[in-house]
Design a protein around this ligand. Structure first.
Ligand code: EPZ
Length: 419
């Protein structure tokens, strides 16, 4: 297992380019199960979760080839409709195979994803909606076994919570279902719109993606397409914090501001100067920093995937911040590690109270627990006095493409080392 060794205290400044989005690429890759013809996807990031997804697609008979950031997939005929436990357990998003397999082959056997560090991660919203579309689902030895001998049919679906994954699941399943599906209280994340764009490129009849009500009219078959994955807004925002946390500035190019408004608003409230132009955003340390309260919410609210990173920043700002996590039940695991580095953070119920103090961080050895918590520890290490070792960075490799080289290009001293 590798770890990062970070020499703190350097001011980071410069320009980096955002990679393609992990959370847009994963559902788009699963959507290729719906199409028998060749599909070409550009800006697919080189990440562990992408590798896992391509293995799952090959496992059902897809021919996969990769050239840099471009991936080609062709699945003329399926050899299996199973997503095995040993792959699914490493990546919860694999549950998104269920809808496409049912839509294309009328059967599916997908391992239950199980929980992860940040929560139990149930999939009840996915399953209830698929049953409304005519799928017969049962749980057998840890697998979801699904059949729909007469094919899926359109339905009026009201989500009790705007689940990102469940919205993507039903958009894909409904693309080939008989009749109209309406999803109400749908998730509105930008990655949902990106998936909608890809499905339309293959000939699906979908409208309303990005709003709370999505309408899909099923079609008999989809055709091949070429499509570009959107930029990774979570990676971009993490990189935007790397400059200001060290007293410097970061410009991220290849990104748009309109899908990060809530994050940029909190950044401005904390005293960071934010500027933007055609396809780039810049964040620079202000003359003074302040605390800033925020609460994670479904899009367009503050993204839960940026909660840990912002907390690492606010712990060294000047003032008190109250951070509420409303999306996941256990997403403060970075707090004990940040406290070990010198942060003053107290968790009371679903809220963390951060008593920010400039210069609070001391380098030490810390342990990554989940993908975004790891990123918060790296950010703290950039500004800590002395050396910080972040262990178990395989969590980081799931969602950040060569983070160490991007941070080094900004002037950071971040080296990957084998345990
Ligand atoms: C997606 O997960 C992202 N993953 C997550 O990013 C992100 O944190 C999350 O959306 C929220 O924005 C991918 O896109 C691959 P949800 P997803 O369904 O789809 C509960 C990262 O770091 N829920 O919107 O699993 C669930 O337990 C990852 O990149 C149910 O109760 O998120 C959670 O509390 C982490 N029943 C809340 O809803 C269900 O059937 C949000 O889950 C589904 C979800």
């Amino acid at each position: 297992m590798d770890y990062f060794e970070i020499e703190g205290g350097r001011r980071l400044s410069g320009t980096v380019t955002a990679s393609g989005s992990k959370n847009a690429a994963l559902p788009i890759l699963f959507a290729t199960l719906l199409c028998p013809a060749k599909v070409r996807l550009r800006k697919v990031p080189r990440l562990h979760d992408i590798k896992t997804t391509l293995s799952l697609l090959e496992g059902v008979g897809a021919r996969v080839s990769r050239e840099g950031e471009t991936v080609e997939i062709e699945l003329a005929k399926l050899s299996s409709t199973e997503a095995p436990y040993d792959l699914v357990r490493t990546m919860r998003a694999s549950v998104l195979m269920l809808g496409p397999l049912l839509a294309r082959e009328k059967s599916a056997r997908v391992s239950l994803p199980g929980g992860c560090a940040i929560g139990s991660r149930p999939v009840d919203i996915h399953l209830t909606a698929l049953e409304q579309m005519g799928a017969e689902l049962k749980l057998e030895a840890g697998y979801i076994v699904g059949n729909c001998p007469r094919g899926l049919r359109g339905a009026e679906i009201n989500f009790r919570f705007p689940s990102v994954g469940a919205t993507q699941q039903i958009m894909m399943a409904a693309s080939l279902a008989a009749g109209r599906t309406v999803i109400r209280n749908a998730a509105r994340e930008p990655e949902i719109e990106n998936l909608g764009g890809f499905l339309r490129a293959m000939g699906a009849k979908i409208s309303g993606d990005g709003t709370a009500e999505i309408v899909i009219d099923g079609v008999p078959a989809l055709s091949g397409a070429e499509f570009e994955v959107m930029f990774d807004r979570i990676e971009a925002a993490t990189l935007l914090l790397a400059g200001p946390i060290t007293g410097g500035s970061t410009r991220v190019q290849g990104m748009e501001t309109d899908c990060l408004e809530a994050f940029l608003g909190v950044l401005r409230k904390s005293g960071v100067a934010v500027n933007s132009g055609e396809g780039w955003v810049e964040a620079a340390a202000g003359a003074a920093s302040h605390g800033a309260d925020f609460e994670t919410q479904p899009h367009p609210g503050y993204p839960t995937d940026l909660q840990a990173q912002m907390m690492a920043f606010l712990a060294q700002a000047n003032g008190i911040s109250r951070v509420s996590e409303t999306i996941f039940e256990n997403r403060f695991m970075h707090v004990p590690e940040l406290v070990r580095m010198g942060a003053d953070i107290r968790v009371e119920g679903g809220q963390a109270v951060v008593h920010g103090k400039p210069g609070c961080y001391q380098g030490t050895t810390v342990m990554a627990t989940d993908l975004r918590a790891s990123a918060s520890l790296v950010l703290a290490g950039l500004v800590a006095k002395g050396t910080t070792r972040v262990r178990r960075i395989y969590h980081l490799d799931r969602g950040y493409e060569s983070l160490e080289s991007k941070l080094s290009s900004l002037g950071g001293a971040v080296v990957r080392k084998p345990e």
